[in-house]
Design a protein around this ligand. Structure first.
Ligand code: PEP
Ligand code: MG
Length: 589
């Protein structure tokens, strides 16, 4: 057993969880077993029954998740059901039972191991991670075959902390049901699919914690601090008391912020700031409105494409967009066109990754390469514009020529729809995400072809510092307050404003109250974020004047290093807003 202490990782979902460690998930142990020749038909029947029973479990869970507004979970489970019924699994196992006389569980284990080995040898990190999904399905099928209980359920897990190598999206969806209060993983990125799910669920999550599995024994007391990116192993009584105190304060703070009055967000000197929501499914609109969102500033459209073997059709995408607009009851929604490639690869799409997938064919570059996929989505979005104020936004635009080309394609699609007599709004605003330095430096030029802009700081930071956002090894380079980034933001905002085009921020910076003064002080008047961050950001704006924000930004722009800017901004924020930022850390390292 190693000494108690603090392990450092990357903060992936904020909040503090305290509980006993539960090491997830030991694989099912399958003992090699052969069957007699005449038992083969019964064994094949046993396999088929287990597949049907597992499918039924998944179907119940999937419907429940859909009903609970966890649409992404529902889609992932539907994809798992398809993989489960895939011939490669079922027929592969049947052949091993009939040909080699293997017991059903041994046949399943062999087939799953072979598929996983193929995934493990794939170079692309995102595709490789899909092996975890196959493994999860295999484990579930084996548990059914062997009559073992589900690991993810059971009251005994209530309030425990999950510890693992990684966290797959499917396990992330199981977390609340299994009673786990937090999760820590040795690997993973803070913008991974699992992190996005845990943020939406409000479950603390720390990734990239080196040495975690060797430092933690099942049953150890753990503190997972998803705000600081720390895991404290077997804290002493004094540390534990401090953490419990901080956890209560964080909870009280969140409640206090949520209960503050709704209505437009205005600074103390009368400047109106729009607060919008980043969402991925129509089912998320209701919560977003409850938390005070005035519109949807970023609808990530990838969800309909991920985790399924075929592409979504025009009608399905049309219905999805209409459902968002209807739920918004007349408030606007900005739909980002498909952003795949890089680390996001739907099953139905193949992209030549190249040596650097994040620098290769992704987002609007993919749309250029696959005009058929782009056309289907654009037709759906244009048609949905008849149902409410809809805007369309292109991700990862690099420059004016690329934008020009995309706009020409839009015009052709609008003509096509008009020719078919389809209803749609004549003037759908088309905007551009500012995610590359080249776009940030030329918003004044892009403005001729764009009705609005929204800065995707997650990618803008990745491309400014040439640091892969999925790789915890270069996480130390993620500095939203670096002078280089401030200059790029200023250039993008000034360029847009000089051309009279609204410019919002929809990257993670928008939802972090530590950056609210910087963004508003630089001239942003619309912030779009994961809905649960809206109350805190609103409380900051309502208690500030634009004058003080601008004064701080002027000083920040004169500083030379990220450390100096961070010192200035973070010190100012925690002094002015103790309710949001709390008091400085007293937890021993
Ligand atoms: C961004 O890059 O900041 C952004 C909002 O897009 P995504 O996180 O989906 O890449
Ligand atoms: Mg992006």
């Amino acid at each position: 057993m190693t000494a108690p202490g603090t392990l450092h990782g990357v903060a992936a979902s904020s909040g503090i969880a305290i509980g006993r460690a539960r090491v997830l998930v030991p694989p099912v142990d399958v003992v090699d077993r052969r069957i007699a020749r005449d038992a083969v038909p019964a064994e094949v029947a046993r396999l088929r029954e287990a597949v049907a029973a597992t499918d039924a479990q998944l179907s119940v869970l999937s419907a429940r998740l859909d009903g609970e507004h966890l649409h992404e979970g529902h889609l992932i489970l539907e994809a798992h059901r398809m993989m489960l019924r895939d011939d490669e699994v079922v027929e592969g196992a049947r052949r091993l039972i009939e040909g080699d006389g293997l017991a059903a569980e041994c046949a399943v284990r062999r087939v799953i191991d072979a598929i996983c080995a193929r995934f493990a040898s794939i170079e692309d990190a995102y595709l490789r991670e899909r092996g975890a999904d196959v493994e999860a399905i295999g484990e579930r099928l084996l548990r059914t075959l062997l009559g073992l209980p589900e690991l993810s359920s059971g009251a005994s897990a209530d309030g425990t902390i999950g510890v693992g190598h990684t966290l797959s999206p499917i396990d992330a969806l199981h977390l609340p049901r299994s009673g786990l209060a937090g999760f820590a993983a040795e690997h993973g990125g803070k913008t991974s699919h699992a992190a996005i799910i845990l943020q939406a669920l409000g479950i603390p999550f720390v990734v990239g914690v080196r040495g975690l599995l060797s430092a933690v024994q099942p049953g150890d007391t753990l503190v997972v601090d998803g705000s600081r990116g720390e895991v404290i192993v077997r804290p002493d009584a004094a540390t534990l008391a401090i953490c419990e105190e901080r956890r209560s304060r964080e909870r009280a703070r969140a409640l206090a912020l949520k209960s503050r009055v709704m209505g437009p967000t205005v600074t103390r000197d009368g400047v109106r700031i729009e607060l919008a929501a980043n969402i991925e499914a129509p089912s998320e609109v209701a919560d977003a409105l409850e938390l005070g969102a005035e519109s949807v500033g970023l609808f990530r459209t990838e969800l309909l494409y991920l985790d399924r073997p075929e592409l979504p059709g025009e009608e399905e995408q049309f219905q999805d967009a209409v459902a968002v607009l209807v739920a918004l009851g007349g408030r606007p929604a900005t739909f980002r066109t498909l952003d795949v490639g890089g680390e996001k690869l739907p099953l139905a799409i193949t992209v030549a990754g190249g040596a650097n997938p994040s620098l290769g064919v992704r987002a609007i570059r993919f749309s250029r390469r696959r005009p058929d996929v782009f056309r289907t989505q654009m037709r759906a979005l244009y048609r949905a514009s008849a149902a409410g104020p809809l805007r369309i936004m292109f991700p990862l635009v690099s420059g004016i020529t690329e934008l020009h080309e995309a706009r020409r394609a839009c015009a052709a699609i609008a003509d096509e729809l008009a020719g078919e007599g389809m209803a749609f709004t004549g003037e759908v605003p088309i905007g551009v995400m500012i995610e590359t330095p080249s776009a940030a430096l030329t918003t004044d030029h892009l403005a001729g072809q764009a009705s609005f802009f929204s800065i995707g700081t997650n990618d803008l930071i990745q491309y400014t510092f040439a640091a892969d956002r999925e790789n915890e090894e270069v996480e130390y380079l993620y500095h939203p307050l670096h002078p280089a980034l401030l200059r790029l933001l200023k250039s993008a905002i000034d360029g847009a404003r000089s051309a009279n085009r609204p410019i919002a921020v929809c990257g993670d910076m928008a939802g972090d109250p530590a950056f609210t003064w910087v963004l508003v002080g630089l001239g942003v008047r619309s912030l779009s974020m994961s809905p649960r961050f809206i109350p805190a950001v609103r409380s900051i704006i309502a208690d500030s004047t634009l004058a003080e924000m601008e004064a701080m930004v002027a000083q920040a722009l004169s500083l030379r290093s990220e450390t100096e800017v961070e010192g200035l901004v973070l010190e100012m924020m925690s002094r002015r807003f103790p309710l949001v930022f709390g008091t400085p850390s007293v937890i021993p390292a």
